[in-house]
Design a protein around this ligand. Structure first.
Ligand SMILES: [Fe+2]
Length: 380
């Protein structure tokens, strides 16, 4: 009997964690002011800890049964069943996007190439000791994406896609310098950066020696992410990026000529900065949208965009064996936490990012995404 009760308690606890992870994801997906969001997060976290504590005490007979406990246990059970069914359905029905051709993946431990101290500050020093922390192990992922509308003349165009650098000062600048060297070695035609560049305004000074050294044959573009709000002066950050040779992708289609052909590029920074809410795809040429959050995907798909590049979710940062990521700051939870997805006719790639607010990654290394865009008419 006790064993059954213990199993029931564990099931309820798993459902409880599921409920609060969903809530946490939703809060992080909003454009709430940072102070208010942090306050809400603290309340959510406190409740997330207190409820199972009371349930555990009640289970042990040290706390009387309360009126809310029985319906809450039932609710957690229902949520866990729903989450399990959804997880199973996605796991077993997931299909590789038709346009994705996996290429070459290489794990490069940039931590081995930089000097001590690699991490700065007490929190980073604690996290670096977390067993299996991969926060400095860069995964260089080269893949081919076949876009239906991509003309054969532009076949083989190479994009280096970086996201979520998070210059916090907790990871040394050298890590980002090495990252840029690795990116340059991939010889990209274009570099696209999908937001969360600077968390700590003091790190603006890092830009010339890092992003300023990034090289490509054509042009470097960026959009801003929610953490870039921490610089407070948006114009200052944009000017600093422009000084590094980057152009901000605008919320309007900009024609870009490559190999005598044109494709269109735009940036959508909703819900934090400028948005491209109503931007139908140009009829004459393929279109690529840079956005920070993958939450923009369904709108982009409605508008007929061919390729969307995003970040923001960091792959979940901590991925459990079999289960995968638990939390991602998206209204869709972990659905688009990281990887390549097909939504209608639109291909979406969500980068796991380069770093994070907290330098901890488990089963989820940072990602440098190098894509070769292919035409369906090309000889593969
Ligand atoms: Fe981020």
């Amino acid at each position: 009997m006790i064993a059954l009760d213990a199993i029931e308690f564990l099931i309820v606890f798993a459902g409880h964690v599921g409920v609060w992870c969903i809530l946490f994801s939703q809060i992080h997906a909003t454009s709430l002011p940072r102070k208010l969001r942090k306050l809400v997060e603290k309340i959510v976290f406190a409740v997330m800890v207190i409820i199972p504590l009371l349930l555990a005490l009640q289970f042990l007979g040290l706390y009387p049964e309360q009126a809310w406990m029985r319906p809450y246990r039932f609710f957690c059970l229902v949520v866990l069943m729903g989450l399990s069914l959804r997880w199973g359905f996605r796991k077993f029905t997931a299909q590789k996007p038709a346009g994705l051709r996996e290429g070459e993946f290489q794990l490069v431990d940039l931590g081995d190439r930089i000097e001590e101290p690699k991490y700065i500050g007490f929190q980073a020093q604690v996290l670096k000791r977390f067993p299996g922390n991969q926060s400095l192990q860069l995964s260089i992922e080269k893949r081919d994406l076949v876009l239906e509308a991509w003309p054969v003349e532009m076949d083989g165009l190479v994009i280096a896609h970086l996201s979520d650098l998070h210059y916090t000062g907790k990871v040394t600048r050298q890590y980002f310098e090495k990252l840029c060297q690795e990116c340059n070695a991939c010889l990209p035609d274009f570099i696209f950066l999908t937001g969360d560049i600077i968390d700590n305004p003091d790190c603006l000074a890092w830009l010339p020696e890092t992003l300023g050294k990034l090289e490509c044959r054509h042009q470097k573009y960026f959009v801003l992410g929610n953490h870039d709000l921490r610089v407070r002066d948006e114009a200052k950050l944009v000017r600093a990026m422009e000084a590094c040779g980057f152009q901000r992708a605008l919320p309007s289609w900009q024609p870009i000529v490559f190999a005598g052909q044109t494709f269109y590029l735009a940036g959508d920074e909703l819900p934090w900065f400028q948005g491209a809410e109503n931007l139908p795809r140009p009829k004459t040429a393929p279109a690529i949208l840079l956005t920070h959050t993958p939450d923009r995907i369904y709108r982009a798909s409605e508008l007929g965009v061919d390729l969307v590049l995003a970040g923001h979710c960091h792959g979940g940062q901590i991925c459990l064996p079999l289960i995968g990521p638990i939390v991602a700051p998206s209204i869709y939870g972990v659905r688009f936490a990281g990887g390549t997805y097909q939504v209608g006719q639109t291909l979406l790639h969500v980068s796991r990012g380069i770093s994070g607010d907290d330098p901890i990654r488990w089963n989820c290394p940072p990602e440098l995404n190098v894509m070769r865009l292919r035409s369906p008419q090309s000889q593969m």
